[in-house]
Design a protein around this ligand. Structure first.
Ligand SMILES: [Zn+2]
Length: 284
């Protein structure tokens, strides 16, 4: 009896160790350098294609405001055979029907991480796309509507878009989506909105990261390349306009200057120039 018991155990153990050697588990260090996080592309994808060709990452996650110039799977066709591309929507991705369809009706529609957790190259990544909008929910204030269903019931059939939620609110964060996501566990959280450590960020994002027990948080939207200190057990990273970083927050492609900021700077410079000219005139 004893020997049978032993041999059973022996066999069982042996099979287990064989399984392990067949699929060795890569460390987070190894996996992390193979996953890239891309800041708001706003219609430009050449740097993403180039980084994919040059560095051959296993996966790329785009942090919203894609506004692709063609259906997303066509834009990324060259790299899709070898890169697993995921995305979350940003507020601008519902600006018009064209951008909407190029994402939600593309062959990559199923790779939208909003409100869910997916295992990407062995790493569990949770996604919360879109933005907080006062009409629905502006934390820390109490929400006006808990779910898309509740909002639709209120606005009535005449205000629906394509038989459901108005297009704009398809990138609004509803408490029901947020609460549901809180029930999961993940290694990484990607959001469009910034967490509370950014001056325009939200503590609700930090609370979500804490509930998910993530180690890393990546956000777009603010067009700022930002490293933040680790707190609540996770490290947030703001990925800048058209920038690309890896899981450890290291730059793969340096972020560009947001054109809005550039415009503001130019406006300021030209108004200074005008000021100088006026001053000269007066002097002359
Ligand atoms: Zn943006």
């Amino acid at each position: 009896m004893l020997s049978t018991h032993r041999s059973y155990h022996y066999r069982h153990k042996k099979r287990e160790s064989r399984d392990k050697s067949a699929a060795p588990k890569a460390s987070l260090e190894e996996l992390g350098r193979e996953i890239f996080f891309c800041g708001d592309p706003h219609g430009a994808f050449d740097h993403i294609l180039q980084a994919a060709r040059e560095h051959r990452p296993k996966a790329m996650v785009i942090l919203g405001d894609l506004q692709p110039p063609a259906p997303l799977h066509e834009v990324l066709a060259d790299i899709l055979p070898y890169v697993d591309v995921w995305w979350i929507p940003g507020n601008h991705d519902t600006d018009n029907d064209v951008f909407y369809d190029r994402l939600w009706r593309s062959e990559l529609a199923g790779h939208n991480l909003h409100g869910r957790v997916a295992t990407v190259n062995g790493v569990r990544i949770a996604g919360l796309g879109g933005v907080f909008r006062g009409q629905i929910w502006m934390p820390p204030q109490a929400p006006n509507y808990m779910s898309a269903g509740a909002f639709i019931r209120r606005i009535g059939r005449g205000n629906m878009w394509r038989g459901g939620l108005p297009r704009r609110h398809r990138t609004s964060i509803f408490p029901s989506t947020y609460d549901n996501l809180c029930e999961h566990r993940a290694d990484v959280l990607v959001t469009h909105e910034a967490p509370g450590c950014h001056r325009k960020g939200f503590l609700a994002i930090d609370q979500l990261a804490k509930k998910l027990q993530v180690k890393f948080l990546f956000h777009g939207h603010q067009h700022e390349d930002r490293h933040y200190p680790t707190y609540y057990g996770f490290t947030p990273r703001g990925v800048g306009y058209r920038g690309i970083v890896n899981l450890f927050g290291e730059d793969v492609v340096a972020a560009q200057i947001d054109p809005r900021e550039m415009m503001e700077a130019t406006d300021m410079a030209s108004s200074l120039e005008n000021y100088d000219r006026l001053t000269f005139k007066r002097l002359g």
